[in-house]
Design a protein around this ligand. Structure first.
Ligand SMILES: C[S@@+](CC[C@H](N)C(=O)[O-])C[C@H]1O[C@@H](n2cnc3c(N)ncnc32)[C@H](O)[C@@H]1O
Length: 211
């Protein structure tokens, strides 16, 4: 099977869109000094920011090409109960087959906090555009759906922020290899969200702990 994420590893390591953001700053503030498991680490931007904040970080990802410390699925973490203070997971859960199972796993391996940031549900046209741009996209979830995942995992949301993100359109298409007619169709579907060459999305940033 082609490991599409491993093939994209350099594009995600070098991605300006992933290198900065309010979510990274909040994660650094909330996790400062703690032991952290960064799930679906991708290009490693969360891990790098958290190490600057004095955290001890272990990374995991399902794609070997991302060169994580541990290769595993978010839905099936090979770690003992409460073996980390904090789990972080940023802009990745919309690719998971079973995000509810992943959040259950996050809750199981922490003693303190689960920190998740992901783009929120875009509506029918936006979700179709996301899947066309990147066939590994499953779905973005609404704030309420996220609250449901936390609740089912025995977690309560202690803080939530909604960040208005502006993502450069052409590099965003290029990272997923979306070109030609498909790129044209993606732009049509997103026309209400495109302004000055950037796509507007809302990102939900959640801080949760055991109830
Ligand atoms: C957009 S990148 C993550 C970006 C990164 N967290 C950051 O903040 O820069 C998505 C990552 O999710 C990983 N991934 C997709 N499905 C996964 C799963 N079920 N379990 C673990 N990792 C997964 C991919 O391999 C990829 O590295």
């Amino acid at each position: 099977m082609t490991d599409v994420w491993s093939e994209r590893a350099d594009a995600y390591r070098e991605s300006e869109a992933h290198r900065q953001g309010r979510d990274l700053e909040l994660f650094a503030e909330w996790a400062a000094g703690k032991t952290v498991l960064d799930v679906a680490t991708g290009g490693g931007h969360v891990a790098a920011r958290l190490r600057e904040a004095g955290c001890q970080v272990v990374t995991c990802d399902s794609a070997p090409g991302m060169q994580p410390d541990v290769i595993c699925r978010a839905e099936d973490l090979p770690f003992a109960d409460a073996s980390f203070g904090v789990v972080t997971c940023r802009v990745a859960a919309h690719h998971f087959e079973d995000p509810a199972a992943a959040v259950q796993e996050f809750a199981r391996v922490i003693s303190d906090l689960v920190l998740v940031a992901d783009n929120l549900y875009l509506g029918d046209a936006g979700e179709e555009a996301d899947r066309l741009r990147d066939p590994t996209h499953v779905r973005n979830y609404s704030e309420d759906e996220w609250r449901g995942f936390f609740e089912q995992a025995g977690l309560e949301v202690e803080a939530f922020e909604r960040e208005a993100k502006r993502i450069d359109l052409e590099p965003w298409l290029a990272r997923a290899g979306c070109v030609g007619e498909e790129a044209v169709r993606v732009k049509e579907l997103l026309r209400d969200r495109i302004e000055d060459g950037r796509v507007r999305v809302d990102r939900g940033i959640f801080k949760a702990r055991h109830r």
